[in-house]
Design a protein around this ligand. Structure first.
Ligand code: PLP
Length: 390
């Protein structure tokens, strides 16, 4: 049965409201519980296991590197770190990559680059970073401070100063253009689709305004692609849907295919901001994590992205307009389902039927493996549709 649930409850910090499921193994888009039950994985560990469980090529790359050296520190050069940085730059046109181990760390780096850029180009008091209401940028004190959802801040104040939350429903160029001066901004940071904020598609017009204001005022335009990146939305990075080039792109989740890695990609404008000693991370650029990420990233090609988009249409066709479903949001295989029933009830019913989904605010959220087979996807969608309708 579920062997470790009680032990976990007793000894692991009480920060997660876990479902009563203990996972012991998996293969591809299937997970197996300690009670022997089989589940279709529609959450992939929150968009992390990009090619599912135990992807053979990813495993091979990791094991090959493990047999050489598992960690070196950043005092020395290693092939996987250099090759992954090169691939990220070649695929995006960005110039430099800083590696950390999580989304929050990728954003911490972006924040430091933006502050130093402001200090160098405008003066020490040009440190404010605009983020959007409803955003999520991480759980460290600084990235929490950047997160535009006050309820996360409660009882953890004081927050780090220097963040201003712009109303994502108020797209006016003149307002933005004026207020960035008033608050002495150095950057604007956005998600294109707010994942934790409820799979909320940000109005493209507002994204364009943020971008244009950054261009006009020489601010850094930072796109947080921790969740939307690495093929998740049907492009390698979601900003490609909008036709603009960010100055900084942060990513994590799916990049490592299941191992912890975060990356802050720095474009031409800010490529020389960081100097030796400015930033660092003991585990950052770990050769095993980088070897795995290289395997993942090199397979997110046009053919795979076309599949992601085809599967998106399949999801919409199966769910949109069904009884109990109010709306569908998101792109590619990052999907939000607004349900009539509380999302948690839908999730529970799905678990009963062997399908694991996520929530995002009041929505059911799907982040299946980018290569989920059609049969499993279709079966999971049947289960979800009936859970919403009942
Ligand atoms: C998950 C997430 C983060 C935080 O990533 P961690 O790896 O949990 O630190 C930051 N930004 C966005 C958009 C995310 O979805």
């Amino acid at each position: 049965m579920n062997h470790f649930i009680e032990t976990d409850k007793q000894f692991v910090a009480n920060t997660y409201a876990r479902y009563p499921v203990e996972i012991v193994s998996g293969k591809g888009s299937l997970l197996y519980g300690a009670d022997g039950k089989e589940y279709i994985d529609m959450g992939t560990g929150i968009g992390v296991n990009a090619f599912g469980i135990g992807d053979p090529l990813w495993k091979e790359a990791i094991i090959e590197q493990l047999d050489k050296v598992q960690h070196t520190s950043n005092l020395y050069y290693t092939e996987p770190c250099a090759k992954l940085a090169e691939l990220l730059c070649r695929r995006t046109g960005m110039k430099k990559v800083f590696f950390g181990n999580s989304g929050a760390e990728a954003n911490e780096c972006a924040i430091k680059v933006a502050r130093k850029y402001g200090a160098v180009h405008r003066g020490d008091d040009y440190y404010t970073i605009f983020t959007l209401t409803g955003s999520f940028h991480g759980r460290t004190i600084c990235t929490l401070s950047a997160t535009g959802q006050e309820h996360y801040h409660e009882q953890f104040r004081p927050m780090t100063p220097g963040f201003f939350f712009a109303d994502k429903n108020y797209p006016s160029f003149d307002w933005m253009n004026g207020i960035v001066d008033e608050f002495k901004a150095c950057a604007i940071m956005v998600e294109t689709i707010q994942g934790e904020g409820g799979v909320d598609d940000i109005n493209p017009e507002f994204l364009r305004i943020c971008y244009d204001v950054c261009k006009q005022k020489d601010l850094l335009f930072i796109v947080d692609e921790v969740q939307t990146g690495n093929g998740r939305t049907g492009k390698l990075y979601s900003y490609e849907h909008y036709g603009f080039e960010p100055d900084i792109v942060t990513t994590a989740k799916g990049l490592g295919g299941g191992l912890p890695i975060g990356a802050c990609l720095i474009g031409e404008k800010a490529q020389d901001v960081l100097c030796p000693g400015d930033h660092g991370s003991t585990f950052g650029g770990n050769p095993v994590a980088c070897a795995g990420a290289y395997s993942i990233l090199s397979r997110i090609d046009d053919a795979l992205l076309a599949e992601v988009n085809r599967k998106h249409d399949r999801v919409v066709a199966a769910l949109d307009g069904n009884p109990g479903i109010k709306s569908i949001s998101g792109r590619g295989l990052m999907i939000g389902i607004e349900t009539e029933k509380p999302a948690t009830e839908v999730i529970k019913a799905c678990i009963e039927q062997g399908v694991l989904c996520l929530t995002a605010k009041h929505k059911v959220r799907l982040l299946p493996a980018l290569n989920i087979p059609d049969e499993l996807l279709d079966h999971a969608l049947d289960v979800i549709a009936s859970a919403c309708a009942e």
